[in-house]
Structure formats: C-alpha cells, structure tokens
Ligand binder design. Structure first.
Ligand code: ZN
Length: 270
C-alpha cells in the first residue's frame, strides 16, 4: 500500500505527463496554481553550504533563487557531503546545476524554488586545482571507460541526497534525468527523508546502491521485493546496524544512505 507521500508523488507524475512533459524532467504541477502565484518568497544565493554554484549551461559562477527553507536544506546536504567524503576533498568546492527556481516551465518544485537540478561537484585537490568528484551527466559517461568510477560516485552522491530529500530522481527514473539528478523538499520539508517501499525512485536507489556500491547481485526494477529487502538488510548489518531492515525505522534508512555515501567514496571500507 502506498503512503500519502507516494500517492502525492504519483499524482504529480500523472499531471506532469498530462501537461505533455517539461524540460529537465521536473515533477509537474498542481492544476490551477500558476507559477508566479505559487512560488512565495524567493531569495537569491550564490552558494550552497558555503560552496559557489555554477550554471551547467555555461560553466559560469551563478546565483540562483531558492525558497529560504529549501536553501537551508541544501546547505545541510552540502555540509553532509563534505563530512562524509574523503578528507582530501578540500574546499572550496564548485556545485554545478541546471537551475533551482524558474517560472519558465510548469514544475511545482522549481516554480516554488524548492527543486535543484544537480550536474557536477568539483573539489579542490592537494595541489590546488579543481577536480570533478561527481558527474550527474550519465549522458556523458555511460558507456565510457570511466563509467565504473563515475557510477560509484554517482550513487554515493545520490545517497547523500536521499538522506536529506524524499524526492530524488536519477537516470534510472527516466531519460529526462540522464543529464542531472533532480531533488526537492516538496514531501520531506525541513526534515530528513523517510523510506517508502511504494516509491519507485527510492527503491531504484536502494537497488543501485546494493549493486554498484556494495557489490551485490541485486536486480534493478524499482519494485520492492525479498531480494532487495535481503540485500539492503545485509548492508545494514555490515555498517553496524544490529537489528531491523530498511523498512523498520527512519534511522535505518538514514544509516543506509550515510553508509552508502561513505563506502562509495572510499571514506570508510566497513
Ligand atoms: Zn528538477
């Protein structure tokens, strides 16, 4: 049975499809709410977690509009990513994206300044140069010789996002997300996320982490089943969670994502 959040999510997908689709794979909008009236207070920020943001379209340092409470969540996520990636990932970082607030297309999250389309993260190396340590451009790395490394980092970063946001859409979700990861706080608000087995995007994420980060044979179909339950429970035991499964508690879900971020980046071997 789907929980309320999953049902709302499903509804947005239906409305999005009815609108004929939108650029950048947004999540759709509720009927009768025009973008301008929907978005409320939008503030402009040049950073997330103190790290400058860059527009994917031109590679330039760029400020974006956010709902302040969503920006606070983005700060928290960026600081978490910094904490759980290796100590050699020095600041300043550069966080690349396709955008945050927009009124140019119908998308509830972006119209409200509550959605972020993440494309890359660069960190400062020991020699002072900027080096890319996350690439959300599956359209660029899929099928290349660096795919295994990029995929590992991709799902490790996706785990850091799933920790903080209930609504995270990756390349597995649909082709509109082959060039970025979308995340928003429409469902999770000011808190961390919770897990629902009826969420296709969350189940895809669990399966991808089990397979690509933890080396299991997990099939990826977006449907919760015994194999996914077993493999994710094995991951929980390995990272030190002594009881319960992914569906037992929010803390187990958050532990799974924290561990997957750290394992994927090699911060901790477990
Ligand atoms: Zn988006």
């Amino acid at each position: 049975m789907r929980d309320t959040a999953a049902s709302n999510w499903s509804r947005r997908r239906v409305l999005s499809a009815a609108a004929g689709g939108v650029a950048l794979g947004a999540t759709g909008a509720f009927a009768g709410v025009t973008p301008a009236s929907a978005h409320g207070d939008i503030q402009t920020y040049s950073t997330v977690g103190g790290q400058r943001t860059v527009y994917e379209g031109n590679g330039a340092l760029t400020s974006f509009g956010y709902r302040p409470s969503f920006h606070t969540r983005c700060d928290t996520w960026m600081n978490f990513w910094n904490t759980h990636t290796p100590s050699g990932f020095n600041t300043p970082f550069r966080v690349w994206c396709y955008g945050v607030h927009t009124d140019h297309r119908v998308t509830e999250a972006h119209n409200n300044g509550r959605g972020f389309d993440l494309t890359r993260i660069y960190v400062t190396s020991s020699t002072g140069s900027l080096v890319r340590r996350f690439n959300g451009r599956y359209d660029q790395w899929n099928g290349t010789s660096s795919a295994a490394t990029e995929r590992l980092r991709y799902w490790a970063t996706a785990a850091s996002l799933h920790y903080h946001f209930k609504h995270v859409l990756t390349y597995l979700y649909n082709s509109a997300h082959h060039n970025h990861i979308h995340f928003d706080n429409l469902v999770s608000g000011t808190g961390n996320s919770t897990f629902a087995t009826g969420s296709q995007a969350q189940v895809q994420h669990v399966q991808a982490c089990c397979r690509y980060i933890w080396g299991k044979t997990t099939g990826i179909d977006g449907i919760w089943g015994p194999q996914t339950n077993q493999h994710s429970t094995e991951v929980l035991r390995r990272i030190g969670v002594s009881s319960g499964s992914l569906t037992s508690s929010q803390s187990n879900w958050l532990a799974f994502n924290r561990g997957s971020t750290r394992k994927g980046y090699g911060t901790q071997a477990y």
